[in-house]
Design a protein around this ligand. Sequence first.
Ligand SMILES: Nc1ncnc2c1ncn2[C@@H]1O[C@H](COP(=O)(O)OP(=O)(O)O)[C@@H](O)[C@H]1O
Ligand SMILES: [Mg+2]
Length: 541
Amino acid sequence: MSQQLGGQPIIILREGATRSRGEEAQTNNFAAARAVAAAVQSTLGPKGMDKMLIDGMGDITITNDGVTILKEMDIEHPAAKMMVEIAKTQDAEVGDGTTTAVIIAGELLKNAEGLLAQKVHPTSIAEGYRMAAAKALVLLDAYAITVKPTDTAMLKKIAETALTGKNSDVAKDHLCDIIVKAVTFVTDTDGTADLSHINVEKKVGGSLDDSALIEGMVIDKERAHPSMPKSVKNANILLLNAALEFKKTEVNAKINISTPGQAQAFLDGEEQMVHTMVDKVIRSKANVLFCQKGIDDVAQHYLAKAGILAVRRVKKSDIENIARATGGNIVNNVDTITAKDLGTAGLVEEKTVSNDEMIYVSKCKNPKAVSIIVRGGTEHVVDELERAIHDALMVVSVVVAGKKIVPGGGAPEIELSLRLREYAATVGGRGQLAIEAFASAMEIIPRVLAENAGLDPIDMLVDLRAAHEAGKKSFGLDVDAGKPADMLKAGVVEPLRVKTQAISSAAEAAVMILRIDDVIASSKASGPAGGMPPGGMGGMG
Ligand SMILES: Nc1ncnc2c1ncn2[C@@H]1O[C@H](COP(=O)(O)OP(=O)(O)O)[C@@H](O)[C@H]1O
Ligand SMILES: [Mg+2]
């Protein structure tokens, strides 16, 4: 790479670095970013298809979840990676709408290309897109409907829309019930729900219908010793963050033993110490013990003799959730146990689930942490179900916190498209062109929903626009009937934040990619020129 200066080339980059500029750089980036959108397009909506992804180790993932697909695909191109980031942000912020966000970004870039071909400057397009995105958020906010966080019927519909198209359709009603109940349990009085208090345990085996909500905690552990009771009713639970074992001295002490009696006395001393610790546990009147650290053989023996069900080496996060579920406190020292520290549960038992022992802490009163046990015939089914449940838990908690919803099925996108065109007319000039391009990019969502359902996208768009022009603002695509229908009546509803987040991050990414006119890759990084040919990922689409 060189500049000319009076006929003499001046080299400013290290050898091996590649550089692409201007139109070449743009074309390259656009093609790569759009290839990412094309790759996930066929999975959108209730009739979307799944993808089978095989990693370097030969492990298979079958999914329809945008962000999972993009994470598993080994994407190298820097512009393509920016698209993957959109999906990741969407997933982290709102859990759902990952495919939507990526598809919108792809369409924004496609329409920008059209404008570039008409010699509209990239910064004008970027400016128009920013204005349009800001306006879209205002329009959406006015378009949204406020719901009560206690409206469980509505929350179930939100969960149901998020689950649509995942292969969990069979047990949907049951699952939505579990999801809404779980979020309700962990919602604080201020309306925020911390989903880390919902423990999702996967176990292959059984069927989707066997998935269940446990009003308490399930942990993948077994009793410390088989002679301990297998189940304890009306459990008083001690949560201990200290080891019940003889502490080895930190420094190397030398003990001189000259007679067998001395050795025995030494061992007895060790045992006595453990015994004293266990006695304190027994005196606390706990009949169940969850210990974050170890419980040695001697301690196990004494605990079993006292009829205590003990579990050792419980994960920190699990013990914290058990504390929330049972109302107990975690105690750091056996000397400081008080009656108030004990948690309670109607039943603690060890159950065998698909040949594995699990401890169920159930029938808790008003638990602030709960578990969902996810069952299904194969590992792939269970994994995909877990992802679907994650999406659904997120959307329900987003609605509980934000209280605003929009109809789905492409209804908000059609509405935005129409309103943004009106807005464009008021702006005029070059901005108008870019805002119009943004407006028509919104139609990609109903268009793809129609395509994936085997419907004629042009007909569907015409019908949808007509419905919205006639004031039927909540009309989206009924993919089964193949015509517009009232999505609120059909129960196809989504959190407002899923849409606002998708649109703002799609617009941001599109603007960022649009403004790049020079790509300089050092020799180490695989630059876009060498890394991936434009459209190189199109094969997935
Ligand atoms: N029953 C339904 N009828 C029509 N559209 C639906 C239905 N259920 C979901 N959708 C729409 O499908 C889209 C979401 O599809 P999905 O595959 O979950 O992708 P994403 O990753 O973007 O959430 C949304 O536009 C949503 O409104
Ligand atoms: Mg979804």
